[in-house]
Every structure is written in C-alpha cells, then in structure tokens.
Write a protein that binds this ligand. Structure first.
Ligand code: ADP
Ligand code: MG
Length: 343
C-alpha cells in the first residue's frame, strides 16, 4: 500500500472497533465470538452468507489452534518439538508457515525467529509462571536457538536437542488469512474479523463508508493512539503491553530480542502493520519491527521487499505514520501524543 491500492486503514481489537463507533457486533447480520489461540476472536459478516461464513470461520480457527498450538500436547507443533535430533516430515500447512517464517527471518535480518521458544519458556511466558532468568541461563539458551541452526528441506525439519519452534507470532495472522478466504468464498460484501490484535476488514461498512480501526494506546487500555479508515485490509498490532509481568518495579513483556534473549527494548511501545495482501505477513512483521525499533523499522519500510504501511507508537510519546496512510489515519486529540507522517 505504499501505492495505496485501496482506501484502507487500520485500528485494532474488536473492542476498539466498537469503541470507535463502528457498527456494534449485535447489529451485524451475523456475529460469532470464540476463544482460540489464547485470545478472544470475533467474526462479523453481513449479507446472505453471513451465518455460514462466521460459523465456518469459527471452526477454522479452532482447527488451526489444534494444529499450531505449542501448549496443546496433541498439536502438530508439539509433535515436531518432541522430535529433536532427527529429521521429521511436517504437515504441509505447517511447512508453509515455516517457509514464510524463514523468509521473514531472512528479510528482517533475524529479528523474527520462531525458535525463541526455549527463551520464552525461561521467562515463564509459555505457562504463565513468570520469572527473570539469569544472564548465564539466557546465554546458554542463546547458544542453542536461532533459525539458522534448524535444518529445513523437502518438508522435513531437524531440530537439535533443546530446540523448539513456536508459531505464536504468525499463527493468528495466518488464521486471519484463512478466515478472509472463507468470507470471500461466501461472497460476504461487508464484515470485520478481529483475532486478538489481528484485524481484517472485508469491504467497507454496510453504509459504504470505510471501517474504522482503532489503534490502542499502549499506555491505557481504554484509549486510542489513532484510528485508521480501511477497506479490504489487514491491520495487525504487536505491543509490549499485551502480555507482561512486573518484578522489582520493572516490566518484562513477551516479545523477545533474539540478540539478547531479553524482552525487546527498542523504544517502541507498539507497531501496527497494514497490508491488503497477507495477515500472516503483517503479524510476523509487526513482531519483528517491534524488536527492530523506529529507525530500522522505517528503513525496512523504505527499502524492504514488502508493500506495507506502518504506525509506530514510541515510548517518548510520538506516533509515527508512514506516508501511504496519510489520508486514512486520524489523530486522537488530547491523547498526549505528537504525530508525524514520514516518507
Ligand atoms: P501476540 O501473539 O501477543 O499478538 P506477537 O504477534 O508479537 O504478539 O507474537 C509474540 C509471540 O511470538 C510471543 O508470545 C512468542 O511466543 C513469540 N515471539 C517472541 N519474540 C519473538 C520474535 N522475536 N520472533 C518471533 N516470535 C517471537
Ligand atoms: Mg506477530
């Protein structure tokens, strides 16, 4: 959307959507809410196929949760992680996600890494048993993680003992791609899908105006840092305010810097990636660019291989919006942020 194909835009969270004055789910022709991938998901669809599409969407995200979950013992990911030291063939859908993850790992210079799972475990994020690991523990783990250390080819993965993969930073975005396919197959003219920070808007609102997607203020759960007016677009936010714990007055969140093993401290408090093309890509990139920080993220936007737009919220209270969103981004008065459009 550097060339903005559509008048789209973004915001996040169904709650935010509703809070922003979009049509409330109960007014939708059909709206289904479910819990999957550790988050609340909402599917709203207008038009004749609405009931069929939203029920199929719910079944699809539950299927993907069962396939991709790292914590469910019977998932494909658990099976893969239990097989270290020897090649194992993986389910074709998981293979596609591993290949996309490798592509994003490479394009982002390693900031996106699905093998950080043992590091996330050490911080206790996987089982909600939070703790601050020692530097020596992290150093030892950093010696065994890294996508360059896993071997991949012909649909087979080989993980060394101690390694594990976690698709948590791309799975919800991929699920949004699959749900978008279901909506399109059912000819849904207008709808909205929110999978915990991963939003896809289908068409515009029934009245013909764009959907309004609010970007949560990382500093306050009931405030917004801005609103995007979008059609047929994915908008995905990653932020350090979503999952975190505090110890001795310091906050530790769940997005890990592969270089240090610590929660990323890049000066950003949230990253929203907008694209008309792929929810999985938006999801993976929102995580990677959060770790990169403002300067590198903007360089990536300018010179990277992807047609994306960004909204970066910084710890020093700025909201940085890339030029392709200029006409669809709305500032929030009295939010305390200053706003910049960058080219
Ligand atoms: P959320 O899942 O809360 O929407 P993200 O999409 O940013 O947030 O994904 C964060 C999850 O991805 C973490 O919970 C962890 O499982 C995994 N993860 C953490 N750091 C990274 C990273 N640098 N690269 C890839 N995956 C990561
Ligand atoms: Mg992500």
């Amino acid at each position: 959307m550097k060339r903005l194909l559509c008048i789209c835009l973004a915001g996040l969270l169904a709650i935010a959507l509703v809070g922003c004055g979009t049509i409330a789910p109960e007014e939708a022709h059909e709206s289904v809410q479910t819990f999957a991938m550790d988050t609340v998901m909402i599917f709203s669809a207008y038009g004749e196929g609405g009931t069929k599409a939203t029920l199929a969407a719910e079944a699809e995200v539950q299927r993907l949760d069962a396939l991709l979950s790292r914590t469910r013992e019977d998932s494909e990911i658990s099976r893969v992680n239990a097989t270290t030291g020897a090649p194992t063939r993986v389910d074709p859908e998981v293979a596609g996600l591993i290949e996309e993850s490798l592509a994003v790992h490479s394009a982002t210079g390693g900031y996106f890494d699905i093998t950080l799972a043992p590091v996330s475990d050490a911080w206790g994020f996987t089982k909600d048993a939070h703790r601050v690991p020692s530097q020596s523990e992290l150093d030892a783990l950093l010696g065994i993680v890294g996508m360059e250390r896993m071997s991949w080819g012909n649909g087979e993965i080989t993980l060394s003992p101690g390694m594990a993969v976690d698709l948590g930073a791309i799975a919800k975005g991929y699920a949004s791609d699959r749900v978008a396919d279901i909506f399109r197959m059912n000819d849904i003219p207008s709808g909205m899908v929110s999978l915990g920070g991963n939003v896809w808007v289908c068409g515009g609102k029934p009245d013909g105006t764009p959907w309004r997607v609010a970007i949560q203020d990382p500093k306050q759960s009931d405030g917004y840092a801005g609103v995007l007016s979008l059609r047929d677009c994915f908008a995905v936010t990653s932020g350090g305010y979503q999952r975190f714990f505090e110890e001795n007055g310091k906050t530790y969140h769940h997005i890990i810097d592969p270089a240090t093993g610590y929660p990323a401290e890049s000066g950003l408090t949230s990253v929203t990636v907008v694209s008309a093309e792929s929810g999985a890509l938006c999801d993976a990139l929102s995580t990677a660019l959060f770790v990169m920080g403002e300067e590198k993220a903007l360089d990536f936007w300018r010179s990277g291989p992807y047609d994306i737009e960004l909204v970066l919220v910084t710890a020093d209270d700025r909201v940085v919006v890339t030029d392709g969103l200029r006409d669809v981004f709305e500032e929030m008065g009295e939010s305390g942020y200053t706003y910049e459009i960058v080219r």
